[in-house]
Write a protein that binds this ligand. Sequence first.
Ligand code: 6CS
Ligand code: FE
Length: 301
Amino acid sequence: MSIIESHPTLDDSYPTRKAAEAALLYRQDPVVYGKPQDGPIDSATLDSFDANGYLSVEELLTPAEVEDYRAELRRMAADPAILADERTVTERGSDEVRSIFEVHRISEVFAALVRDPRVVGRARQILGSDVYVHQSRVNYKPGFTGKDFYWHSDFETWHAEDGMPRMRAVSISIALTENFVHNGGLMIMPGSHKTFVACVGETPSDHYKESLRGQEIGTPDPGSLSILADKHGIELFTGPAGSATMFDCNCMHGSNGNITPFPRSNVFVVFNSVENTCVEPFAAPAPRPSFIGARDFTPVV
Ligand code: 6CS
Ligand code: FE
């Protein structure tokens, strides 16, 4: 029985990983749910976020704060208990730490970041409601061996595998090291968030055990990527440690590998609206573990 048949009460506005061919579907959800008076984002920036799907903050964290977070990165990457934890993911072909998930629960330092009004205040404003953390992670992208994150829409995965019903979630990526043009910075196709790319290929059981090291199922086909890239172009985000990019859950994005000596480490937090809590997966045999797709919907206060 297909997953969709097991959703007797929920229509699937974004069917993916079901058809034999890829499809480009119109977005059926707003992008910005809040108003200029609801938080720190001004009207022009909200309009730009609606059009492009992202906003940048040149200095979200002060240099002193960045140092605190980098010290915490070093501490966690050296903690044997964390290295042995299933929430720690290593790079393909090495023991280098690629990501640590659920850092807002593992680390009090990152827990405070999630509650910071500069972070959660922007998320509440964009999503127009209280929010909870759907996922948090630190990406180390070490020098020399940091691998790529192939093109994808986060929402496609969160819808298919975590049961996120609608596009009412936002991510923030905060640079903890300098993001140069050459060390694997975030790339987004501006405006791509208004098109949902339905992917081909059924979700295998325990897909996350592979996808977090290098996603293959749920990645868009070259034809769809070419159409979007021709239409929207590609923006590469550079900036100093402490700078941040907030982007809509359905932006087409990715990042290249890092063969330079300079690590590209960031902390990444996903806020979902409390009006959009996850249900059963729309295209997977079972939900992913809660450290990847939260099942505790308690709002951030
Ligand atoms: O599967 C996920 O939820 C994660 N994968 C990527 C490449 N981006 C979003 C998220 O961290
Ligand atoms: Fe992503």
